[in-house]
Design a protein around this ligand. Structure first.
Ligand SMILES: [Zn+2]
Length: 250
């Protein structure tokens, strides 16, 4: 912590239109690991594309065995000080929009105002039926899986799928447009806990920079935009964001 943190907090105090993008690094302090990391319990699971899910019963079973097992970790995780700091800044009307790549629902559970939140990669907390598009809380299909239905089915006969955006599945256009419009209109852009390698949402950084916004990247990992950012802070988010919130809200 130091000069960069003080500068960022000062900019945030004065910002009229602050936009935040968050990624997996924000939730590691909540005990949500990168599930497919080498040597991990879930390493054997490969991502299932939406095309595989819809065309192959074996893929649906494989997908649900991964999702079914990891839900216990996600549903029991609690927001950490980084989530809480962002919620307090937003509740003081100092964040115009927060876009998260996470599907864990921890921003909602931290009290972040949902009208200023976009879950750009969907949510693990709900399921949708791929046949009739019905949407229900995750518990609805999870209970079926836990009682032995390897592929939980909707009453219409279609397969339930957690409401995350899978590989091969397009983002929701209105969410993407809203995210890009916010990035192109902001005067402060903060990327927190994301390595900014997943497109197209990482384009928010360049859009914000082109408008002349102050751009901050807070993550321990390297990003393709480190050389272009106004500042890069590598300290842990659960320390940095509360320290910034204290200064912004002082
Ligand atoms: Zn259905």
């Amino acid at each position: 912590m130091g000069r960069d943190l003080a500068e960022l907090a000062q900019r945030w105090r004065k910002a009229e239109n602050a936009v935040v993008l968050t990624g997996a690094g924000l939730s590691t302090a909540s005990g949500i690991p990168d599930f497919r990391s080498p040597g991990g319990r879930w390493e054997r699971y490969q991502p299932v594309t939406i095309q595989e899910f819809t065309s192959s019963e074996e893929s649906r079973r494989e997908y649900w065995s991964y999702k079914g097992e990891t839900w216990a970790v996600i549903s029991e995780a609690q927001p950490n000080p980084a989530h809480l700091a962002l919620a307090s800044i937003a509740n003081a009307a100092r964040i115009e929009l927060l876009v998260t790549q996470n599907v864990d629902g921890l921003h909602e559970r931290s009290g972040f105002p949902v009208d200023r939140l976009i879950n750009i990669h969907g949510s693990d907390s709900a399921v949708t039926c791929l046949s009739c598009n019905r949407r229900e809380p995750r518990a609805h299909a999870q209970a079926l899986w836990e009682s032995g239905h390897k592929i939980p089915l909707c009453e219409c006969g279609g397969p339930w799928k957690p409401a995350t955006i899978s590989f091969g599945q397009g983002l929701i256009e209105t969410d993407l447009n809203k995210s890009f419009e916010a990035a192109a209109a902001c005067d402060l852009f903060v990327a927190a806990g994301t390595s900014l390698v997943v497109g197209p949402i990482n384009e928010m950084f360049s859009m914000a920079r082109r408008t002349g916004a102050y751009t901050a990247i807070i993550t321990g990992s390297e990003t393709p935009f480190d050389g272009q950012a106004s500042c890069k802070i590598e300290d842990p988010l659960e320390q940095i964001l509360p320290a910034i919130a204290d200064r912004v809200l002082a």
